[in-house]
Design a protein around this ligand. Structure first.
Ligand SMILES: [Zn+2]
Length: 103
């Protein structure tokens, strides 16, 4: 549904392309994808509310690098995929502990 249009070869000038509406399709793709996320987030919020949970939109940038205790953000805070250790305050988070949270 959001695939970009195939290039159109110009039969009169080999090696060049004809306009294929790629810019317009890119705009349509953006609209389709944005609408999908809006619907998904609305359904998620409704489901969460039905079981007494709260959804909180969060900017995903640096969420895996930020310390939950002091807020220090650094790439070296995450030594491995499963181990987080803050270089500022020494706080640690064990990812396997987070996996036990029931959603
Ligand atoms: Zn910290």
């Amino acid at each position: 549904m959001t695939r970009s249009p195939a290039p159109k070869a110009d039969p009169e000038q080999p090696g060049s392309l004809l306009p294929n509406g790629a810019a317009a399709k890119a705009g349509l793709n953006r609209t389709i994808l944005e609408a999908g996320w809006v619907q998904f987030l609305q359904i998620l919020a409704n489901k969460a509310e039905s079981v007494g949970r709260l959804t909180v939109p969060v900017d995903a940038r640096n969420t895996s690098r930020a310390c939950p205790d002091c807020g220090h953000v650094a790439k070296v805070n995450r030594a491995t995929q499963s181990k987080f250790e803050c270089t500022a305050c020494g706080g640690t988070v064990n990812r396997s502990a987070l996996s036990h949270i029931r959603w």
